[in-house]
Write a protein that binds this ligand. Structure first.
Ligand SMILES: [Zn+2]
Length: 67
């Protein structure tokens, strides 16, 4: 059985449109470059990240599919 670490490698903000990708080398999120340049969004945005998949950042949320 292969143990897979399920971590998101891409996220986008639902509020300002900022898109970031995970940089394993630096271990930090970096702004993803789009066709018209980086989508930096708003610097003052609190950022509501929309992460693909069933990744649940908060414990206690059981609305995700189990198993
Ligand atoms: Zn934002």
């Amino acid at each position: 059985m292969t143990q897979t670490l399920r971590t998101p490698d891409r996220r986008s903000c639902e509020l300002c449109g900022r898109t970031e990708v995970w940089d394993e080398d630096s271990g930090a999120w970096r702004v993803a470059a789009g066709d018209d340049g980086p989508e930096v969004g708003s610097l003052h945005c609190i950022h509501e990240w929309d992460i693909n998949g069933s990744f649940a950042p908060f414990a206690g949320r059981h609305d995700a599919v189990e198993g």
